[in-house]
Design a protein around this ligand. Structure first.
Ligand code: PRP
Length: 216
């Protein structure tokens, strides 16, 4: 049996579409059927799917209670890496950016800068790599509020369409990194469940390639 931890929300829908195209019967996971359930069986394969928050996907895979995880590169960058990252799934595309009030210049002046972020490690690593000393304040969501309220000079956050920034009078100052969904595998599972994982990952890879071709 393979157990897959899948990040709830934005990534979930596309991941289930790809699983379906790869031949896995995900009927139990249909939006109108799944209700509040969190653990599902694939009807035609020895596979279970767990729906979890992004950071928990990594925890479950690292602890080996799930063999595979489907999670954004943003969460991997923030929470680390005691697993194998085997595939860039190519969907869930967005980017990390440094953003702040439109028309502002972040590097102007000598004042101590404060950065708000849901991703304090990503923010810290970015500024450390540039040799810039900043203070980082962890915010749990709607980070765009922090500069509006005067808590921070800028934010390090995910930008997808950019509409949240625009709606709040903010703009991107610098791009930090591209993000997409990744397939990760537990370090023991990769040896202990090699045949099952090879078959699963092979089918997903072929389906992803066909999916990309379809769009071109
Ligand atoms: C993310 C991110 C931005 C927004 C970016 O937040 O933190 O706020 O999406 O998307 P856009 O560029 O398409 O506008 P999310 O919706 O996950 O909610 P949260 O801020 O409450 O975590």
């Amino acid at each position: 049996m393979i157990r897959i931890a899948l990040t709830k929300g934005r990534i979930e829908k596309k991941a289930i579409e790809i699983l379906g195209k790869a031949g896995y019967d995900c009927t139990e996971l249909d939006e109108d059927k799944k209700g509040r359930k969190l653990l599902f069986k694939i009807a035609n394969a020895d596979i279970e799917i767990v729906l979890a928050k992004a950071a928990d996907v990594i925890t479950y895979v690292e602890h080996g209670v799930c063999d595979v995880g489907i999670v954004g590169a943003d969460t991997i960058m923030e929470h680390g890496s005691n697993f194998y990252e085997l595939l860039d799934l190519g969907f869930g595309k967005c980017r990390f950016a440094l953003a702040g009030p439109a028309g502002g210049n972040f590097y102007d002046g000598y004042s101590h800068k404060i950065i708000a972020s849901k991703y304090p490690n990503v923010a810290k690593n970015y500024f450390t790599s540039r040799g810039v000393d900043v203070e980082i304040v962890k915010i749990e969501g709607s980070v765009e509020l922090a500069p509006l309220l005067g808590l921070a000079d800028a934010i390090v956050d995910i930008v997808e369409t950019g509409s949240t920034l625009v709606a709040n009078g903010l703009e991107v100052y610098e791009d930090i990194a591209d993000i997409s969904a990744r397939l990760i595998v537990n370090v023991a599972s990769i040896k202990l469940k090699k045949p099952e994982l090879d078959s699963f990952i092979g089918k997903i890879s072929v389906t992803l390639a066909a999916d990309v071709n379809e769009k071109e």
